[in-house]
Design a protein around this ligand. Sequence first.
Ligand code: HPA
Length: 279
Amino acid sequence: MTHDTTHPLDDRNTDPKQIASEAAAQIAEKTGVAKHDIALTLGSGWAKAADLIGETVAEFPATEVTGFSKPAVEGHVGTIRSIRTASGQHALVIGARTHYYEDHGVRRVVHSVRTAAATGARIMVLTNGAGGLKESWQPGTPVLINDHINLTATSPLEGATFIDLTDLYSARLRDLARTVEPSLDEGVYVQFRGPHYETPAEVQMAGRMGGQIVGMSTALEAIAAREAGMEVIGFSLITNLAAGLGEPLSHAEVIAAGKDAEPVISKLLADVVNTITKD
Ligand code: HPA
């Protein structure tokens, strides 16, 4: 476990929303954009979308902003980018994700989402690479997340904060995504803690619980986004059949599947963002 005792979010006396506000003020200053409209977290396989959404206004390492940690995983780009969309709206692209399995605590996991909300963004786009339980999902297939099962046994919410998660993954935004790509399938995302991949038995459990996608991110971030009042859309890139359903898993193959699919899914995501921000 690596604990940076000077990290502001590790001090239980600080208010994580206050730190997110400070981070958002820094982003406003660095980008010259007072208010962002939509924010995206780009997981493995999705990074190239940032080049296709619109015109980059500013880009800088996420670590220059209060509360952001260095990314731990190769293949995750650690920058924050402000982009002007075709219609003139402002998209904040966060290429630096802190995973729960990094053991920095859930506050750091959701700091990017809270910061995005504090920049003004009302829509949060969460993307990831994940394993699929449906045999028809070949590696490289993008799918919409329509609900989640959170198996991390934790929550980003602190205290007696009761938040409704019905329709957490917005049906309105999923419908808009399907106007771009009518063949987009959808499924329930099951967040495991990781960093080990699931056992075949755990994959069977996830399936019987009602899941079709297994991964190590997104659910905690989606909860924090909803707490912040944002509308959420989630995409998984299926990089492999989940454990026990196909070949043994390797991180290198997961990354390779992401790279192969990147041009197609990045274009899809950019088109979805431009559809969502059209008016
Ligand atoms: N399980 C969990 N996380 C993943 C997987 C998987 O099969 N593939 C890519 N990320």
